[in-house]
Design a protein around this ligand. Structure first.
Ligand code: G6P
Length: 362
C-alpha cells in the first residue's frame, strides 16, 4: 500500500524517490494534455481580484512559500508576502485592502497556521489551503482547497510535500496569470517543464551513491555546515539547512551568500563544509566568489549547479529547467545529503529527536 515502506530502510528515502511520480501526477491532475490549467474558475477570480497575496506556513511549508512568492509575483504581477504562521498569528501586519491568503500545510493541521486562518475568517477574507490531506482542518476552514496528492508523507522530515507545494504553486501562478491575461503566464510551458523536472529528479535520485560518499567524507563528522545562495537559491539554502539540522543534528544554516561576509563568515574553520546553490543566472558568478571567500578561510566547498551554469569540478550538476522551477531539482541533492548523513551516523532518520510530524499546539 501507499504507506508501506517496502524494501526501503526508511520512509524518507522512499518519499525522496517518489518525487518524479509526484510531479507527473500533479501535471496530469492540474494541466490538460495540451497544457491548459484545470483549476476552479472561482478560485482564479478571487485571486485575480486580490491586491496582495499572503502566503502562510510553518517549517518546510514556509520555505515552499518563499518560492511561491517568486512564482506568483512573476506570473501574476500581484505583490506577494510570505509569513511564518506563528509570527503572523499574533502580530498581523498592516494588510492591503483586498488580501488573499494561501495556507501551505502538508498535514493541514498545524496549530500555528490554524490560528492565522481563524483570524482571517473573522475578517471575512478569502483563502486557499494547499495541503496533502483531504478534509484536514485547514482544508475545511478555508474558502478553497487544492490537494497535493503526494501520497502519505510519514517521515518527519518533509521532502515530497515541499516539491509538490512548489509545483502546485507554479500551476496556480500560471493559471491566475492567464486569468489576468498576462503573456508571461501564457508563454510558460509548464506541462513540458514539469516533464523535464520529473526526468531531472530521476537522474538525481539515481546518483545516490555519489551523494552518500560526500556525506561520509565531509558531513558525518562535521560540527556545522552552511548552504549559501542568492534569490531563489537562497530560499532553497534555508530548506537544505533545515533538512540537515532536523535529521543529522549537524548545526546548519542557510545564508544569502552576499550576507555571509557581514558576520557569519567568522564561523568558518578549517574543513567547515559550505555548499553553494547556483541556478540563478544573474547571480551565479557572485555566489561563486562568495564561495571562494569561504574556501580562502579553510572551508571545504561544494557546488550544486544547474547544467547551463556549471563549471568543471562542481559536485552536483542538475539538469536545466526554467528558473522558477529550479528548487524542484536543487533541493534533491540536499535531501539526500541529509538522509545519508543521518543514516551514516546511525540515527533514526524517520523519527528525529524532539520533533513531531504535525505540531497541533501553538
Ligand atoms: C512540523 C514538521 C515539519 C513541517 C512543519 C509544518 O514541524 O516536523 O516537517 O514542515 O511541521 O507542517 P505542515 O503539516 O503544516 O506542513
Amino acid at each position: 500500500s501507499a504507506s508501506d515502506k517496502g524494501t526501503y530502510p526508511y520512509y524518507m528515502l522512499k518519499e525522496i524517490d517518489e518525487q518524479p511520480n509526484v510531479m507527473r501526477r500533479l501535471s496530469a491532475k492540474y494541466l490538460s494534455q495540451d497544457g491548459q490549467t484545470v483549476l476552479d474558475p472561482n478560485l482564479l477570480k478571487a485571486m485575480a481580484n486580490a491586491d496582495r497575496i499572503y502566503l502562510v506556513g510553518a517549517g518546510t511549508s514556509y520555505h515552499a512559500g518563499l518560492v511561491g512568492k517568486m512564482q506568483l509575483e512573476r506570473l501574476t504581477g500581484i505583490p506577494t508576502e510570505v509569513r511564518v504562521a506563528s509570527e503572523f498569528a499574533y502580530d498581523e501586519p498592516l494588510l492591503s485592502e483586498h488580501p488573499f491568503f494561501i495556507f501551505l500545510s502538508q498535514s493541514g493541521e498545524t496549530a500555528d497556521s490554524r490560528q492565522v486562518l481563524v483570524n482571517v475568517n473573522q475578517q471575512h477574507y478569502p483563502s486557499l489551503t494547499i495541503t496533502n490531506v483531504a478534509n484536514s482542518t485547514l482544508s475545511r476552514e478555508a474558502t478553497f482547497t487544492l490537494l497535493l496528492d503526494a501520497g502519505p508523507e510519514i517521515s518527519v522530515a518533509s521532502t515530497k510535500a515541499y516539491t509538490a507545494q512548489i509545483a502546485l504553486e507554479a500551476i496556480l501562478a500560471k493559471a491566475v496569470g492567464e486569468h489576468l491575461n498576462r503573456a508571461v503566464a501564457r508563454q510558460f510551458n509548464l506541462k513540458q517543464q514539469l516533464a523535464l523536472v520529473a526526468q531531472g529528479m530521476q537522474m538525481i535520485v539515481d546518483e545516490k551513491a555519489q551523494i552518500e560518499k560526500v556525506a561520509q567524507d565531509a558531513f558525518v563528522n562535521a560540527q556545522q555546515a552552511f548552504y549559501i545562495g542568492r534569490g531563489i537559491d537562497y530560499t532553497v539554502s534555508i530548506e537544505a539547512a533545515l533538512k540537515l539540522k532536523e535529521i543529522s543534528y549537524v548545526h546548519a544554516e542557510g545564508f544569502a551568500s552576499g550576507e555571509l561576509k557581514h558576520g557569519t563568515i567568522a564561523l568558518i574553520e578549517a574543513g567547515t563544509p559550505v555548499i553553494g546553490i547556483i541556478t540563478a543566472s544573474r547571480t551565479a558568478s557572485l555566489t561563486r566568489s562568495n564561495l571562494a571567500e569561504t574556501e580562502a578561510r579553510g572551508a571545504k566547498t561544494f557546488v550544486i549547479a544547474r547544467a547551463g551554469l556549471s563549471e568543471a569540478g562542481d559536485t552536483f550538476v542538475i539538469p536545466d529547467v526554467d528558473e522558477l522551477l529550479t528548487p524542484l531539482l536543487s533541493v534533491l541533492p540536499a535531501q539526500l545529503l541529509a538522509y545519508y548523513t543521518s543514516l551514516n551516523k546511525g540515527l533514526n532518520v524517520d523519527l528525529p529527536r524532539n520533533l513531531a510530524k504535525s505540531v497541533t499546539v501553538e
